[in-house]
Design a protein. Structure first.
Length: 599
């Protein structure tokens, strides 16, 4: 919805902000300070307590640039389905009667034309999912009348609503609206050249060139889009327009064409993607990624978008990735689809460094407890590969290991279900795991066939701080790529280190609270790997690097490079000193290299 924040065109120091929970707010000093606009008739429903769910609140604010003091505000709170108007700069307000609000629809977006006509899109929900009905109405602020201009309406209208709206600054009768949640046949943009009397559905005569971002084809041809909420027409060129989807932003210079219209992604240098996991192997491509929704990629060239996703099987989310330390062309992955149960298999392996994949299927299992699906059926079962690439260990309902690429399986002894397993990168006989049920570290010395308790001297008695039930969480226990038996453990923000396969541990990294961490190539003449971390040190939450085993930490990002500080995973590169990869939660993958002169 939106836009909630607007600047008074007659006083650029004056702003209005329509909040979700606490009504309308105003600033008289360009946002330096704020106060509630007490005269506004909707106070808001307050912050939800103990829930992630929210309500829409005030969905948009629109100033009229031709009438000083005139401003419109839309409200989507339940029971307050109204559009409000002020003609005195917000001193007083009135609810505008009429429109479709009495039909249970909410005013989600609005755009004002130079003729004083306000075009409003309406939905029966705030989205992004679950919207079933919608409408488009236009309000003439001079005549103070409403007109229904909905492109498709009545009982035969497909399921879905209307969300995006744009009006040309050059021609106020040249308007566009977008649908949302209209999967049958597809979400689209509707264009009108006569103020909504007639409409043209653009998807029927549009083609998309996604060669700059080829994965958008998803193995077929990219459709017009979905979740089309944002829509804009260039104020200086009504042929230039753009709209957002759940995957990218498309733009065209041919909006005025009467025939075939061409669109391209308008996202150079920007990826609207959430990264779940990534790994930098000791050979092959320097980076292999696991994404949400689009699976992930092998990244051979960082200057171009990858051409193919992980397929065979295609899993919308890749939750875990692992490579064989001594045979890095052997890789394994696990993931899930948008369905509750994965239709085929949630596991795959590659013998060519993630260029191609082969499905890995477990023996049929019995759902556990009141029909609850097994973790391998939902994508919750992580997979790990031994250092030589010969053994795959799956954290299934009953943990299993195979040494013949899935032709046969053996139950793992001494390992409880849902333990997060880490393979030694240099010793093919060894795997490690935290046994949370019994509260100690376990190790396999026979290639994953069985696990036994390890002394773990020096570790705290309680290891529960490392436990996570989130299948997308990075592993707390990492093995060094270059040294057998060398392990690192993040225990509730504290970093621990072992050099003897987990028998003894020392705490390091005092003074920093670590959220995510990864290992990279050591500095010149150093034994310890470079450590990279998202953490807080001396009150500063940032990206840090240590070259001395965690004793000292240096910040390596700055205030201009924070990426929202929503970071899912971080890793160094075992072959390139100083290279760090950061997987963000919505801003794609970013990577950094050391400053000139560092070794």
């Amino acid at each position: 919805m939106g836009e909630r924040l607007a600047i008074d065109p007659f006083d650029h120091e004056r702003l209005f902000y329509g909040s979700r929970h606490q009504g309308l707010w105003a600033s008289e000093d360009a946002g330096a300070s704020w106060h509630r606009a007490e005269s506004f008739p909707v106070a808001g429903l307050g912050l939800p307590e103990g829930r992630r769910e929210t309500h829409g609140g005030l969905s948009w604010v629109v100033f009229d640039p031709r009438h000083e003091g005139r401003v419109f505000v839309g409200s989507t709170d339940p029971g307050v389905r109204q559009v409000f108007r002020s003609d005195d700069g917000g001193t007083s307000w009135q609810a505008i009667p009429g429109g479709p609000g009495d039909d249970g629809l909410l005013p989600v977006k609005a755009a004002l034309g130079s003729d004083g006509v306000l075009t409003v899109t309406w939905c029966d929900g705030i989205g992004p999912n679950g919207i079933t009905r919608g409408a488009v109405w236009r309000y003439d602020s001079g005549a103070q009348t409403w007109l229904d201009v909905t492109p498709l309406k009545g009982g035969d209208a497909p399921v879905g609503g209307y969300m995006g709206v744009a009006v040309s600054a050059q021609d106020p009768r040249y308007i566009a609206v977008s649908t949302v949640d209209r999967g049958d046949p597809v979400d689209t943009v509707w264009l009108s050249r006569d103020g909504g009397t007639h409409w043209d559905p653009l998807w029927k005569r549009s083609v998309r060139d996604v060669s700059a971002t080829p994965f958008l084809d998803f193995g077929g041809k990219a459709n017009f889009g979905h979740w089309i909420a944002g829509l804009a027409i260039d104020p200086f060129d009504k042929s230039h327009a753009a709209y957002v989807t759940g995957a990218t932003v498309y733009a065209t210079d041919e909006l005025a064409r009467p025939d075939t219209m061409h669109w391209k992604p308008w996202t150079r240098g920007i990826e609207q993607t959430a990264i779940i996991t990534l790994t930098s192997p000791t050979g092959g491509a320097h980076l292999v990624s696991g994404f949400g929704d689009i699976g992930g990629f092998r990244h051979d060239d960082f200057t171009v978008s990858p051409t193919t996703q992980h397929v065979n099987p295609f899993l919308s989310n890749t939750n875990t990735l692992d490579y064989a330390g001594l045979a890095p062309q052997v890789m394994v992955r696990s993931g899930n689809t948008h369905a509750r149960v994965v239709p085929d298999t949630s596991l795959a392996y590659s013998l060519d460094g993630a260029s191609s994949w082969t499905p890995l299927r477990l023996p049929a299992g019995t759902p556990s407890g009141a029909g609850k699906p097994l973790p391998e059926a939902t994508g919750d079962a992580a997979i790990t590969v031994s250092a030589d690439g010969e053994s795959f260990l799956v954290e299934a309902g009953t943990p299993l290991v195979t040494r013949d690429r899935g032709a046969s399986w053996q139950a793992v002894e001494g390992l409880p279900s849902r333990s997060r397993v880490t393979a030694d990168k240099r010793d093919a006989t060894r795997f490690y795991a935290l046994d949370f049920a019994r509260g100690y570290l376990v190790r396999s010395d026979d290639g994953g066939a069985s696990f036994q308790r390890v002394a773990g001297r020096g570790l705290p008695a309680d290891l529960s701080a490392a436990r996570s039930t989130n299948r997308e969480a990075p592993p707390p226990l990492l093995a060094e790529p270059a040294r057998a038996g060398a392990l690192w453990l993040n225990l509730g923000g504290d970093l621990w280190h072992s050099e003897d396969a987990g028998e003894t541990w020392t705490r390091t990294g005092q003074g920093i609270a670590i959220e995510r961490y990864g290992l990279g190539k050591p500095a010149k003449d150093a034994l310890e790997p470079a450590l990279y971390a998202l953490g807080t040190k001396a009150g500063l939450r940032a990206i840090w690097r240590s070259l001395d085993g965690g004793a000292q930490w240096q910040r390596i990002n700055d205030d201009a490079h924070q990426w929202g500080m929503r970071i899912r995973v971080i890793s160094g590169d075992p072959r390139l000193f100083g290279r760090v990869y950061i997987g963000t939660d919505g801003r794609g993958i970013v990577y950094g290299d050391p400053a000139e002169g560092e070794e």
